[in-house]
Design a protein. Structure first.
Length: 203
């Protein structure tokens, strides 16, 4: 059964080349070329029913974080309704681009930015994988134990590795409130980090 596909110049581009009716992505590309459109090597297509989801994602360069810009929970994850139930926006991004998530597996972030929906930043893993990844990145300090890395305070919400990331996100134009939601801190804390009024020892 055919459905409408939207074909963009690249994965992170907002530059729409054409729309076409096709049964899958491969046939969408073939049909577009058959209709005279020149598609670059990185052209990206998705079904029109998915357009509403991707319209709520700040799609940037293919290697950058694509932040969910609608509803972000206190824990930093994006929320959206998909298949008649609330799901994390990163899970929906995986479902739309990669397919079903096998039972017992989680959708994890390589970039460590919970609101990111860039499929290339996501991977599947178990709960044990998630915990191991957290420890490897020094994020175990978010637990209710004294941190091994980062601030020595037992209630610290951030570690040193978070600080350059926060400053890069701010420099790229992401609002302080969105960054605060992602990392589970206040907007004031983000401002003070960006202005180097706090965490001055982190380059």
């Amino acid at each position: 059964m055919k459905t409408r596909y939207l074909v963009y110049r690249s994965k992170g581009s907002q530059d729409l080349i054409c729309t076409t009716d096709a049964t899958d992505k491969a046939s969408a590309y073939k049909t577009a070329r058959r209709n005279g459109f020149i598609l670059p090597a990185g052209a990206w297509a998705f079904r029109e029913p998915e357009a509403h989801f991707w319209a709520n994602v700040d799609r940037r360069g293919p290697d950058e974080c694509w932040l969910w810009n609608v509803s972000v929970s206190n824990n930093g994850y994006g929320n959206t309704r998909h298949e008649k139930r609330q799901q994390g926006s990163h899970r929906v991004a995986w479902l739309l681009e990669r397919g079903p998530i096998p039972k017992g597996l989680l959708v994890l972030h390589r970039c460590d930015v919970r609101a990111c929906c860039n499929p290339s930043h996501l991977f599947l893993g178990t709960l044990a994988d998630n915990m191991a990844d957290m420890v490897a990145k020094g994020r175990q300090s978010h637990a209710n134990t004294n941190p091994v890395r980062g601030s020595a305070h037992v209630q610290a919400k951030l570690v040193e590795e978070d600080i350059p990331h926060i400053r890069r996100l701010s420099a790229s134009g992401i609002s302080s409130q969105n960054i605060a939601n992602i990392f589970g801190v206040s907007r004031t804390a983000v401002y003070q980090i960006v202005e180097r009024k706090r965490w001055k020892h982190v380059a």
